[in-house]
Design a protein around this ligand. Structure first.
Ligand code: HEC
Ligand code: HEC
Length: 237
């Protein structure tokens, strides 16, 4: 038999009844009513079923959009430079494989405009990965991390790290949300809801960590003797 846990909250509500007759100033009376509020198991969680009915508990269905590419409407970005969500049907396009990436078929910059698709941005053609080397069996780093060097190189090729589009760009389910999302983004660019602000020059602009920049780690930094936080004996920081 099903057990029901009931949490009873006794509330005593005082009700003031006002009755009024013109000319009668003593016509006020008060009475006390006891209201017992019950919280059922079904109302405690988001699932709206009790804890014993697993079979009857079904979550809301994932419902991806069905509008075909070129007929869908773009989804506002969640924050400045967030990877846009895929607004169109992706049936038959996933998983992306080495020899089968249909996304690039419409989104590569040279085709995208004609397709009405957003072109793959410059960041996806930029190599952010330092190319470390083995020289005569010795591992050599391409950048010196102690000098805060970074490797940012614009390229003509779509970078391997961006090949698997669905790793970052997800389709959106339109199922009924159990909890309404009231998040409101604040964008740093006026058109941040529709566009990325990253572009070729913005990639390195204001980055003081690019080779030659002023933020090299100095001998004093390494010595760390002036640190207010103290010094680690025998260890660099
Ligand atoms: C048949 C061409 C076509 C293919 C294939 C295609 N897209 Fe699209 N995509 C579009 C078009 C066109 C739009 C603009 C919305 C529309 O018109 O439907 C779009 C919009 C998008 C957007 C939103 C861009 C924005 O500015 O908000 C993303 C992200 C996206 N596609 C990713 C993908 C991914 C990932 C794949 C592969 C799984 C893919 N697309 C495959 C044509 C295509
Ligand atoms: C490693 C994560 C990652 C992968 C993989 C990736 N993207 Fe993106 N994408 C992003 C981010 C982050 C942004 C927003 C910032 C930017 O534009 O660089 C973005 C932006 C975009 C935009 C919007 C550009 C604009 O100007 O508004 C399109 C279109 C897009 N990506 C398509 C693709 C396609 C197609 C692929 C696969 C070939 C892909 N992306 C792979 C992370 C990724």
């Amino acid at each position: 038999m099903k057990t029901m846990i009931k949490i009873s909250v006794g509330l005593v509500a005082a009700t003031l009844l006002m009755t009024g007759c013109v000319g009668d100033t003593n016509a006020k009376s008060s009475s006390k009513t006891e209201v017992v509020q019950t919280v059922s198991e079904e109302s405690l969680g988001l699932r709206k079923t009790d804890l014993y009915s697993e079979d009857a508990t079904v979550s809301t269905k994932t419902e991806y959009r069905t509008a075909q590419a070129t007929t869908s409407s773009r989804i506002q970005r969640a924050f400045q430079d967030a990877p846009p969500m895929v607004p169109h049907d992706t049936t038959g396009m996933l998983p992306i494989k080495i020899g089968d990436n249909q996304c690039t078929g419409c989104h590569m910059p040279e085709i995208a405009t004609a397709m009405g698709a957003t072109p793959i941005p410059v960041s996806h053609f930029t190599d952010f990965r330092p190319k470390h080397k083995m020289v005569n069996g010795v591992f050599t780093k391409a950048v010196d991390n102690l000098k805060n060097e970074v490797a940012i190189k614009e390229n003509k090729q779509l970078q391997g790290a961006r090949y698997n589009c669905s790793q970052c760009h997800a389709p959106q389910s339109q199922g009924n949300l159990l909890v309404e999302n009231t998040f409101e983004p604040v964008y740093t660019s006026a058109d941040g809801a529709e566009k990325s602000s990253w572009n070729g020059t913005k990639l390195t602009e204001s980055l003081d960590t690019v080779i030659g920049g002023p933020s090299y780690v100095t001998e004093e930094d390494l010595d760390n003797s002036e640190s207010k936080a103290g010094v680690l004996e025998g260890a660099a920081h």
